[in-house]
Ligand binder design. Structure first.
Ligand SMILES: Nc1ncnc2c1ncn2[C@@H]1O[C@H](COP(=O)(O)OP(=O)(O)OP(=O)(O)O)[C@@H](O)[C@H]1O
Length: 288
């Protein structure tokens, strides 16, 4: 069994006004990894390369240790790609989909399909095109689970969902992790989703990987530092990715709590930043 279900090595993809440059990324098997980054950071482009919907200009994409060039069918069998825009014929209902899609997968299980359709409270006889966004997401997830996908890849699954439905979906994702060695990799702008369920966070900015770390490692390294403005000078400022002045003094992000403790001792307050704080300060810091 491979430890990393996704492995990108030196992946480069260049568009006219954007590029992903030498991206190295490993996603661990058996965990939920959240994929974050501002609009246009390259998340969808990366996900498309994982799905072989887009080919890198150079570099290597390995899924389950396998290459699309030689093992496309096997890889696709093992991945469930979940999105709201259903690629299946929109006029079809779930019963038709079972008939059409099921036989395409070696490990398709009709009983499982009915189990999830029941659990997700989806109608079997209504055309998919009449489904709400949330229902389409669930339908897509039911199909992925019915062919027993080991890796579930989702591009912004919670976008546009109401808070109750969203929570429902996140609970579901957590539930399906209990069964076996599944891996979930999904992009989102809702960092609170990740505080709730993610084990690892992959953060992309302008096509570059900022970090790919466990939530625990993040809270060990990143700190939100608050203190009096008098503490700041050219040297001490170096400890921060970015800082902003507030009415009360300054607030700044560090990726090296130890160093901040050495420099400032007890004179500053160090809090645990939210993912949103980290994204905000890293983005601002990169503009300096
Ligand atoms: N086929 C393409 N041709 C040219 N440029 C493209 C193409 N696809 C994506 N881009 C550009 O690549 C950049 C990254 O887009 P991408 O959709 O991967 O970002 P994202 O992180 O998913 O953004 P969002 O969070 O807004 O969905 C954008 O500037 C986009 O305009």
């Amino acid at each position: 069994m491979v430890e990393h279900v996704i492995e990108l090595k030196n992946v480069t993809k260049t568009f006219k006004n954007f590029s992903i440059d030498s991206l190295d990324l490993k996603v661990k098997q058996g965990f939920i990894t959240g994929f974050i980054g501002a609009n246009g950071a390259g998340k969808s482009t990366t996900i498309k390369m994982l799905m072989n919907l887009l080919k890198p200009d150079s570099g290597e994409v390995k899924m389950f240790g396998l290459d699309y060039k030689t093992h496309e069918k096997e890889i696709k069998e093992r991945i469930g790609f979940v999105y709201d825009r259903n690629v299946f014929y929109e006029g079809l209902n779930l019963k038709d989909i079972k008939r059409v899609v099921g036989p395409a997968y070696k490990r398709w299980d009709d009983d499982l399909f009915h189990h999830y359709v029941d659990q997700f409270e989806l109608p079997l006889n209504k055309p998919i095109k009449t489904f709400s966004k949330g229902m389409q997401m669930k339908a897509s997830l039911a199909i992925a689970l019915s062919h027993q996908a080991e890796l579930i890849i989702m591009d912004e699954p919670t976008a546009g969902l109401d808070p109750v439905f969203k929570r429902d979906l996140l609970d579901l994702l957590q539930e399906i992790m209990v069964e076996g060695n599944r891996t979930i990799f999904f992009s989102t702008h809702h960092t609170s989703d990740l505080d709730r369920i993610a084990d690892y966070i992959t953060f992309l900015q302008s096509g570059e990987l900022v970090f790919n770390q466990s939530i625990h490692e993040l809270s060990d390294t990143f700190g939100l530092v608050k203190g009096k403005t008098e503490l700041l000078d050219r040297d001490t400022k170096q400890a921060f990715i970015h800082l902003r002045k507030t009415n009360a003094g300054f607030e700044a992000l560090t990726s090296d709590i130890k160093q901040v403790k050495q420099i400032f001792g007890e004179s500053v307050l160090i809090e645990n930043p939210s993912l949103e704080d980290i994204m905000y300060y890293v983005k601002r810091g990169s503009r300096e």
